[in-house]
Write a protein that binds this ligand. Structure first.
Ligand SMILES: *Cc1c(COP(=O)(O)O)cnc(C)c1O
Length: 403
């Protein structure tokens, strides 16, 4: 008999970050300088991140949620406004709209990719629409060309929730480009431990608009006119002012030092994740009960997560329990915000119906593809130092669990 401890040690986890000696040494190096808050390491991380994704400006912040809040505020979203987005995302996407005092207007997803279906945008627009917030769900780029064209035609700023998508790429007007360039007005990243590049907690906002970048930099640090590192470096006495209220959404230099090391690993991490996803695809070929995720020809995912869809009639909770009993950790499909207690009626609107959905609580006929994707998907383990044979082993266990 194996002990419960041994069983837990043998558990194949869902995810594990790639953190090594380089990150440990970077933290030590910064600790010894005595400057641990936002300073030169953050500035260097921003410059290196901007170069890595091909963005003119990058502003580091405390989290992906902070990035989304500032980005939406930065493009002018405020109380009374509507922001068109997806319900089928991590709750932070829709919550960031409400942090601005605005109303999230949910549109459905393309069942093939789980990403915003551009055909759903037109019926969602009203006079109150102030921005579009699209999501590159689980690292898979959404149909940016169609969404950006729609946004431009309606004079709406486009914010990308790229929380999961560092290292992903998209063919844009015929040329392969990195997510984060940005392709809309602003792109927002997260560096939470579950993301492909991690600083523990952290985020980044990229933009091509220097005035917007300057606003974000003030707002992340209490609205201050002069950042502390600039003040310290000045040879003349410099006294800051606070022309408007802001937040404390700063990333620390300790985190930024980790982020710089993570950036050096990014290409190798993404290559390894794509190799493992291909192994899953191969193992799933011909397995009728389980559909692999689909990557459009114009997209290259970083495979932040690998979510499969179970055949109708299978109970994902039961399948997940059987996998756990077999020593394999999984996660359910991406949530739908409109089905969570945090989003009761009146705090969101359905983009398919200007009068809202008067249906059952937690269900909306206009968000059927979103609800179906949530109900039938499960996420499988995928992390760079898993064994080459693990995808085949997981699929074999999954087939047994579905039998
Ligand atoms: C992780 C995530 C966020 C939030 O990022 P945090 O850094 O945890 O605040 C937002 N949107 C999506 C799609 C995410 O996956």
């Amino acid at each position: 008999m194996t002990s419960p401890e041994a069983a837990r040690d043998a558990l194949l986890p869902l995810a594990r970050p790639v953190l090594g000696e380089a990150e440990a040494a970077a933290v030590q190096r910064v600790l010894r300088t005595g400057w641990v808050s936002q300073g030169p390491e953050v500035a260097a991380f921003e410059a290196e991140f901007a170069a890595a994704v091909g963005a003119p400006h990058a502003c580091a912040v405390a989290s992906g949620t902070a990035a989304l809040h500032l980005a939406l505020r930065g493009v002018g979203v405020g109380p009374g406004d509507e922001v068109i987005t997806v319900s089928h995302s991590f709750v932070a996407t829709a919550a960031s709209v409400r942090h601005c005092g605005a109303l999230p207007v949910f549109v459905d997803v393309d069942p093939a990719t789980g990403n915003l279906d551009p055909r759903c945008l037109a019926p969602a627009v009203t006079v109150a629409t102030r921005a579009i917030l699209c999501v590159h769900q689980l690292g898979m780029p959404c149909d940016l060309e169609a969404i950006a064209d729609f946004a431009a035609a309606h004079g709406l700023p486009l914010v990308e929730d790229a929380a999961c998508a560092v290292g992903s790429a998209i063919r844009w007007r015929g040329v392969w480009t990195r997510i984060g360039r940005p392709h809309g007005h602003v792109a927002c990243f997260s560096f939470h431990g579950r993301k492909v590049l991690t600083t523990g907690e952290g985020g980044m906002v990229t933009t091509a608009d220097p005035a917007l970048d300057a606003r974000l930099r003030r707002w992340r640090s209490h609205g201050v006119s002069l950042p502390a590192d600039v003040r310290h470096a000045a040879s003349q006495v410099a006294i800051e002012s606070y022309p408007e209220p802001g937040f404390n959404y700063r990333l620390s230099d300790l985190q930024a030092a980790v982020g710089r090391e993570q950036l050096r690993r990014l290409a190798a991490i993404v290559a390894r994740r794509r190799e493992l996803a291909a192994r899953y695809d191969a193992a799933l070929r011909g397995v009728a009960a389980i559909a692999p995720p689909r990557e459009p020809a114009w997209a290259r995912s970083n495979w932040q997560s690998y979510a499969v869809r179970l055949a109708v009639g299978l109970d994902p909770r039961q399948v997940m329990q059987r996998l756990l009993d077999a020593g394999i950790a999984t996660r359910p499909g991406v949530t739908c915000a409109h089905r969570e207690g945090a989003f009761p009626a009146g705090t969101w609107r359905c983009g398919g119906d200007p009068d809202g959905c008067a249906g059952e609580p937690g269900a909306c006929r206009h968000l059927a593809a979103s609800e179906e994707a949530q109900a039938r998907s499960i996420q499988l383990p995928l992390f760079p130092d898993m064994h080459d044979d693990d995808p085949r082993r997981v699929v074999a266990a999954l087939e047994r669990a579905c039998a």
